[in-house]
Write a protein that binds this ligand. Structure first.
Ligand code: PLP
Length: 445
């Protein structure tokens, strides 16, 4: 398996003694790929440095936020200046107004409320949708992750899929019973669910283009169909852009299926990139719906650190720097890496399919195109684990799970990209070897 990492191993042992699983977010623990998680000491541009002094090209980018790369000089300077002015006042501040104005300028939302995590954003959007409609049911899709909100954890992709967790212990049956989980890209299932439960459905929530089971783009017109189905039923269409927002394209994943003419989501959620590496997230949308939020309306929602001046300064600096050149670079880097990954796996004879949406992409270790979670779950996770560790040993940090996107940044320069390209063929051969070592399906039967 991997090269020894004594300092990381020691920290992991200490962490496990005081924190469940040794991590503060489950997928970080490497459970799905085995081995010891790398504790990162510092990062700059496209590169991570771990506590053992080893360097990696980062293809996780903090799971999406680091659009400009790590420690971008202008973002760092803005944050340092903000910290020096004081870090939290519990009052309105100028940067939060500017950040929200920037979001309203770029995304089809009229009013925005800032929160501190994507989970809080989707949780609040669901509460608002229920308060606005006076209804209780929520529709979601299997494999879409919307944070660890009780009502949205059912068949939630991402870490829940990575760890193969059974259901969602801790979520009351009454709560789970208010969530309808449908297969993604399945119009008939949506039509049937709305035919049966339409008058009770408060909201349908979906990722603008799912990225938490790997990238599974909506089939052409699917989002428009969802919006129309919601409109007819008087339910709200909630487009979760926590991952896609300001990353998949300059605006997000909304409309990526080319079918956004004539409709907009009722509510949207944002996070990751808009926080610039700090805990900032948001939900927003139609002014008449958002008017139901306290203090304007009766639906309560609040946060001690919401709109925090340091976090909003980092987000604002990031979004202002995210111009056309940044997205052009992201597009070029993701195209180069995903094509090279496909070529290397093909040369090694490893079944795979590469899927992309805007600048987001992922590699499935199964050769059939993936259109829903059942498809994503077919992949050969053992082959991915071997691939992952070979890449790690070669100095490339991939997501420690086969169910995640590979994230790049505008700081991935030619040297970083070349480093990834040179690691791919060996990792593809390691994946092929892992497949050969295992009994075939027939032998198991
Ligand atoms: C990451 C993510 C969330 C949760 O955001 P946190 O900040 O981790 O709570 C919600 N929705 C989507 C689509 C995400 O990718």
């Amino acid at each position: 398996m991997s090269l020894p990492s004594p300092v990381s191993a020691d920290l992991f042992a200490r962490a496990k003694a005081v924190t469940p699983g040794g991590v503060n977010s489950p997928v970080r623990a490497f459970n799905a790929v085995g081995g010891t998680p790398r504790f990162i000491r510092s990062a700059s541009g496209a590169w991570l440095t771990d506590v053992d002094g080893r360097e990696y090209v980062d293809l996780v980018c903090s799971w999406g936020p680091m659009l400009l790369g790590h420690a971008h000089p202008e973002v760092t300077a803005a944050v340092q200046a903000a910290v020096a002015r004081g870090t939290s006042f519990g009052t309105p501040t100028e940067p939060e107004v500017e950040l929200v104005e920037e979001i309203v300028r770029r995304a089809p939302v009229e009013r925005v409320r800032l929160v501190s995590s994507g989970t809080e954003a989707t949780m609040s959007a669901i509460r608002l949708a229920r308060g606005f409609t006076g209804r209780d049911l929520v529709v979601k899709f299997a494999g879409c992750y919307h944070g660890h909100v009780d009502s949205l954890l059912a068949e939630a992709g991402s870490g829940v899929a990575t760890l193969a967790l059974p259901g969602t212990p801790g979520v009351p049956a009454q709560e789970a019973g208010l969530t309808l989980v449908l297969p993604y890209n399945d119009r008939a299932a949506v039509t049937a669910a709305f035919a049966e439960h339409g008058p009770r459905i408060a909201a349908l929530v979906t990722e603008a283009t799912p990225g938490n089971m790997g990238v599974v783009p909506p089939e052409p017109g699917f989002n428009a169909f969802l919006a129309e189905t919601c409109r007819e039923a008087g339910a709200l269409f909630v487009s979760d852009e926590v991952m896609t927002g300001f990353r998949a394209t300059a605006r997000g994943g909304w409309g990526l299926d080319g079918a956004h003419e004539g409709w907009t989501p009722d509510l949207m959620t944002f996070g990751k990139v808009m926080g610039g590496g700090f805990p900032a997230a948001a939900f927003g949308g139609r002014a008449d719906v958002m008017a139901h939020l306290a203090p304007e309306g009766p639906v309560y929602q609040a946060g001690t650190l919401s709109g925090n001046p340091v976090a909003t300064t980092a987000g604002l600096a990031t979004l202002r720097l995210a111009d056309d050149d940044v997205y052009a670079r992201l597009g070029a880097v993701s195209t180069t890496i995903r094509e090279a990954a496909g070529d290397a796996l093909a040369a090694a004879g490893v079944p795979h399919v590469v899927q992309a949406a805007g600048t987001m992409f992922s590699v499935f270790f199964d050769d059939r195109p993936v259109r829903d979670f059942a498809g994503a779950a077919r992949q050969d996770t053992a082959a991915y684990a071997a691939f992952f560790h070979a890449m790690l040993d070669a100095g490339v940090y991939l997501p420690p799970s086969a169910y995640e996107c590979w994230f790049v940044s505008a700081a991935h320069d030619d040297r970083a990209v070349q480093h990834v390209l040179s690691a791919l063929p060996g990792a593809a051969r390691a994946a092929a070897a892992a497949r050969d070592e295992r009994p075939t399906t027939e032998e198991v039967r």
